[in-house]
Design a protein around this ligand. Structure first.
Ligand SMILES: *[C@@H]1O[C@H](CO)[C@@H](O)[C@H](O)[C@H]1NC(C)=O
Ligand SMILES: *[C@@H]1O[C@H](CO)[C@@H](O)[C@H](O)[C@H]1NC(C)=O
Ligand SMILES: *[C@@H]1O[C@H](CO)[C@@H](O)[C@H](O)[C@H]1NC(C)=O
Ligand SMILES: *[C@@H]1O[C@H](CO)[C@@H](O)[C@H](O)[C@H]1NC(C)=O
Ligand SMILES: *[C@@H]1O[C@H](CO)[C@@H](O)[C@H](O)[C@H]1NC(C)=O
Length: 295
């Protein structure tokens, strides 16, 4: 199954950023823009669990390409989700294949390098590349709702977080805690994530989250863009892993592990147990349901 998809996946990956930017509509990304703040709602209508698949990746590549051109009109980008149960469930497991991880790593690396300030306003689950996506943003805010569950689930699938999840977490929450979560594939809730520094803050309600994030974004967007971009670079000099580490890690380690029989078997089992990534116990409560994969 996986080998038959390999060619298609490679080709599609190369085409990720080939389309001309389709501002302000990016298909799976709904955007609104006012006073220097671009709000982007991730709403993958091809997936009930807001999967990070090729639709989302291609739309994000287009959006990022536009933002990379130093559009000084936009100074802050706020990412939220059109699916209140899933911010981004995880990567589409049908396409976890050797040889093209670098493409998604490049996409997330590009988010870290944007001149605009980036904020994730998180409602719902963000696991695997979903968590790596929020970590690639400059700031993370969430709610304390039970639907907010973050996690790096890759070790339980025989691979590693391939787009910097371990690197980001080691930096934000420290080595011991990063390993606690990365090795166990446990979920973390909003309140605990706030307490240990995985996210900036967790709010009791959606509206409190939205109010805080929009006020913060509007405030930052008043300031000159050159200063925003330069301040990010200064913080990142000690606050982000280097590009070499970030990219090489994915290519060398992730791609080797993905090709192992253990990983392929676990991925096929996940597809079967979730009925091809539909809403169900495993997608809703991966942290407690992961044992189903090992029965
Ligand atoms: C943002 O909106 C302004 C008008 O309010 C428009 O001129 C500009 O092109 C928009 N920018 C983007 C990136 O959508
Ligand atoms: C945008 O600004 C950054 C500095 O923040 C610079 O490195 C980059 O070359 C600029 N890109 C374009 C397309 O002008
Ligand atoms: C997301 O897409 C669905 C299906 O098209 C739509 O019903 C829903 O209103 C969208 N949500 C948001 C927040 O745009
Ligand atoms: C990331 O940005 C670079 C330009 O800095 C571009 O060449 C590359 O295609 C982008 N990656 C993706 C996956 O869009
Ligand atoms: C599962 O869903 C993917 C899209 O995510 C699709 O490409 C694939 O054909 C589906 N597989 C099955 C067995 O239905």
């Amino acid at each position: 199954m996986f080998h038959s998809l390999l060619k298609f996946a490679t080709v599609t990956c190369l085409a990720l950023s080939a389309n001309a930017a389709r501002y302000p509509s990016f298909g799976t990304l709904q955007t609104t823009n006012s006073s220097g703040v671009l709000n982007v709602a991730i709403n993958n209508t091809f997936s009930p669990i807001n999967l990070f698949d090729f639709h989302v990746a291609a739309d994000l590549a287009n959006l990022i390409e536009t933002l990379q051109a130093n559009d000084t009109d936009i100074r802050v980008v706020v990412f939220s989700s059109g699916n209140k149960d899933f911010f981004i469930a995880h990567f589409d497991i049908n396409f976890v294949l050797p040889g093209y991880g670098a493409c998604f790593v490049s996409l997330l690396w590009n988010i870290t390098q944007l001149p605009q300030a980036t904020i994730a306003a998180i409602e719902g689950r963000a696991r695997g590349i979903g968590n790596e996506f929020i970590m690639a943003c400059d700031m993370r805010f969430a709610t304390t709702a039970p639907s907010v569950l973050l996690g790096q689930i890759e070790t339980s699938l025989g691979v590693i977080p391939g787009a910097g999840g371990g690197l980001y977490l080691a930096h934000e929450i420290g080595r011991g805690r990063a390993l606690e979560y990365v090795l166990s594939a446990q979920d973390i809730d909003g309140a605990t994530a706030e307490r240990i520094g995985w996210i900036n803050r967790a709010f009791p309600t959606s509206s409190a989250l939205a109010d805080y994030v929009q006020t913060l974004a509007a405030r930052i967007a008043l300031f000159p863009p050159a200063g925003i971009a330069a301040a990010k670079k200064e913080v990142d000099a000690v606050g982000r892993p280097s590009k070499e580490l970030f990219i090489r890690k994915s290519q060398d380690v992730f791609d080797v592990l993905v090709g192992t029989p253990a990983a392929q078997e676990l991925e096929e089992k996940l597809i079967a147990l979730t009925h091809n990534q539909s809403i169900g116990p495993l997608e809703l409560s991966y942290g407690t349901e992961v044992f189903e994969l090992y029965k």
